[in-house]
Design a protein. Structure first.
Length: 138
């Protein structure tokens, strides 16, 4: 398996089947060119398209410094339970350390056992339940 950073809209579009919705080129361009935004793609040997991805965004606060938000993780169904998700999370964590982040965090639905297992296997610890409050601006 090879993990590499997406730097072009074409690379993001090639991973479209892994996203929840169709990739919009203007949003993909904005993501790959924004400082502190990271999209890592996993390629299985011989596969021309990515089989998994993890996205992360660095967030900085005046009294805390910079941390990595693990925004989303996805692995194509036929490639799950092979350590790809763990490897992607570990690579994002390493990138965060390299960039001076003091930690990394991810919000997870409490019933998402697959995601929780992947994050735990990559060294994350579950601090209990969490409420997520959202605003819809559409």
């Amino acid at each position: 398996m090879e993990i590499r950073r997406a730097t072009t809209v074409a690379e993001v579009a090639a991973a479209e089947c892994l996203f929840d919705h169709p990739v919009r080129s203007e949003w993909a361009e904005r993501f790959v060119t924004a400082a502190g935004h990271h999209l890592l793609l996993a390629y299985e040997d011989g596969e021309p398209t990515p089989v998994g991805f993890v996205s992360g965004v660095e967030t900085t606060h005046p009294d805390k410094g910079t941390e990595m938000l693990l925004y989303e993780l996805a692995v194509a169904e036929p490639y799950r339970r092979r350590g790809i998700g763990r490897a992607l999370v570990e690579r994002l964590a390493a990138l965060g350390r390299e960039r001076g982040c003091y930690g990394m965090w991810v919000p997870v639905d409490t019933g998402n056992d697959v995601a929780l297992a992947a994050y735990r296997s990559a060294g994350g610890k579950d601090e209990g339940t969490c409420s997520v409050v959202t605003w819809d601006f559409s």
